[in-house]
Design a protein around this ligand. Structure first.
Ligand code: 5FX
Length: 531
């Protein structure tokens, strides 16, 4: 074993490619980043993407991601990063994006030449020039066709973990097959962003892992294998173009000689199968046991967590195979009305100040005197409510035009967590602990309500790069399994990782108030959804 083994995580996200290395004691040893727009302006992306005039079609050029890997490795070399100490690499990719290798591409990948940049060698490898990514919403027709073929939205959710979503890769592949038939015909292999970057590193086609593979509407999430029915409803000859999905902790291969000669990696450096960014964030926050949940309070709020018995829902969220537990699952629900909606209330009734906002929370009581609010500033995803507007209800369930300023502040926060509690239950999540991350997780008053609504302790994690960190953890985990020659539970491999800060214990009296309030919230939400 190396004296100072390093585990490298790469994160190919929408806007950047990051590298984060940890040592065996879980210290972050190095971090590097390439920003697509600023560092690679020749690709003319905005936020890493190209958008059609109507905003529905959103793509990125696959060569952008290759050029970013070239530049990242050059920057690491210039900074004298000790490539020879890296024993394992894994990675994270923005979910759902797809890359189309043309017939014959594999031969080029296996024979990469150390004297030429990756970008120059891989220019002609793609049968589809523009890779659709997760922001694309141009495949509604393909979604409806998949649902019709498989027996409806709930049937698709039961089989694949999610109803048909425009950004999910199978629907994107169906569109490519229909609109670019000769390019589809000329495709030898289809990769996700995660397996694409892994393919560049091993110089061969890397497999798709079951966790990122769950974001395609193609995998039977229980069998963890492609569903023939879903493949047949999507495009012909798809199984051969995808390769079989593999367990997330499995080895994709060893690093190609190209990187040994050019950067000084050791020839036996192992490349662990890459996964999606949300699965890698789950790993980065070390959520493994059923009930361990994270709530990220950002531009959009996201709740995700580990679970053993998934309940796929056609109206809420996604179920993915777990990236750290071969028999487990993760669920994720996303809210459009997150920070911007809280900020809107802060700006209207709390003088634009988080301090005033917190003081308003402190002056009001759990349950808000029976007042319940729904703040749909943006069309909401969970539950799907397209019509924007604010709905306020008094304690007798009658509609009111306004709340007092302090009650307005409490209503927006309580409403958001009541919704999370309601909908997380629907997909099978029963939180035992919550890890709060994201911008608003520094607001104590907000975390107090989170803890009381769910009735569980809240921990805090300041982990801005949780996907890259999770990729590094997964490299360590996969390497531990490989070294032991058997699966090692993720939690055991993470035993010496630094603990999270336990911040808040639930107040059981407040929790009882919220348990009652939840029943009314559910009824009122139905009224709002049908307004
Ligand atoms: C998840 O389903 C998403 O579409 C996004 O979170 C992307 O993974 C972002 F990269």
């Amino acid at each position: 074993m190396n004296a100072t083994p390093l585990f490298l995580g790469l994160d190919s996200s929408t806007q950047s490619l990051k590298a984060l290395a940890i040592d065996a004691e879980f210290n972050v040893a190095a971090e590097f980043v390439v920003n697509f727009d600023a560092d690679l302006p020749q690709f003319k992306t905005q936020g890493g993407v190209h958008k059609s005039a109507d905003g529905l079609t959103v793509t990125s050029p696959p060569q952008l991601w290759v050029a970013a890997l070239d530049l990242l490795l050059e920057r690491m070399k210039a900074a004298r990063f000790p490539f020879a100490d890296v024993v394992a690499v894994s990675g994270s990719g923005q979910q759902h994006g797809s890359i189309y290798f043309r017939k014959g591409a594999r031969a080029t990948l296996t024979t990469l030449k150390a004297g030429v940049s990756l970008h120059d060698q891989t220019k002609d490898l793609f049968s589809v020039a523009a890779s659709p990514i997760w922001m694309d919403s141009s495949t509604t027709a393909q979604c409806r066709a998949l649902e019709a073929a498989l027996g409806g939205a709930q049937a698709v959710a039961d089989l694949t973990g999610s109803r048909a979503f425009e950004r999910f890769t199978g629907n994107q592949i169906a569109k490519i097959h229909q609109t670019e038939p000769s390019n589809y015909e000329n495709t030898e292999r289809i990769a996700l962003v995660s397996s694409f970057v892994a393919s560049l590193l091993i110089g061969d086609y890397a497999p798709i892992d079951v966790s990122d593979g769950s974001g395609m509407n193609l995998m039977d999430i229980r069998a963890k294998a492609w569903s023939q029915k879903a493949l047949d409803a999507t495009a012909p000859g798809l199984a051969a173009r995808l390769g079989a999905p593999v367990a997330s902790h499995s080895v994709a291969g060893t690093i190609h000689a190209y990187y040994v000669a050019r950067y000084g990696f050791k020839p036996n450096c192992t490349i662990m199968t890459f996964s999606g960014d949300n699965p890698c964030s789950l790993a980065g926050l070390r959520l493994q046991q059923s009930g361990e949940v994270a709530i990220s309070l950002g531009t959009s709020d996201t709740l995700f967590g580990a679970l053993t018995t998934p309940k796929p829902s056609a109206s809420e969220g996604h179920i993915f195979a777990s990236p750290v537990d071969p028999s487990g699952y993760m669920a994720m629900i996303v809210y459009k009305n997150g920070s911007l909606t809280r900020e809107d209330v802060r700006n209207r009734v709390a003088k634009g100040s988080w301090k005033e906002f917190s003081e308003a929370l402190a002056r009001t009581q759990p349950g808000n005197g029976g007042q319940v609010g729904f703040f749909i500033k943006e069309p909401e995803i969970t539950p799907p409510i397209l019509k924007t507007g604010i709905h306020r209800f008094a304690s007798d369930d009658s509609r009111v035009a306004q709340f007092a300023p302090d009650a307005e502040v409490r209503a927006v926060v309580e409403g958001q967590f009541l919704s999370m509690r309601l909908h997380s239950t629907h997909v099978g999540i029963t939180p035992s602990t919550i890890l709060a991350t994201g911008g608003a997780s520094v607001e104590h008053g907000i975390l107090r309500i989170m803890s009381d609504v769910f009735g569980v302790p809240v921990f805090t994690a300041d982990k801005p790069n949780s996907a890259a960190l999770g990729a590094a953890y997964r490299a360590l985990h996969g390497w531990t399994c490989q070294t032991k020659g058997a699966f090692v539970p993720f939690a055991e491999a993470m035993r010496d990782a630094p603990p999270f800060l336990r911040t808040i214990e639930p107040d059981q009296r407040a929790h009882a108030v919220y348990a009652e309030m939840l029943k009314r919230y559910e009824v009122l939400e139905k009224r709002v959804a049908t307004t």
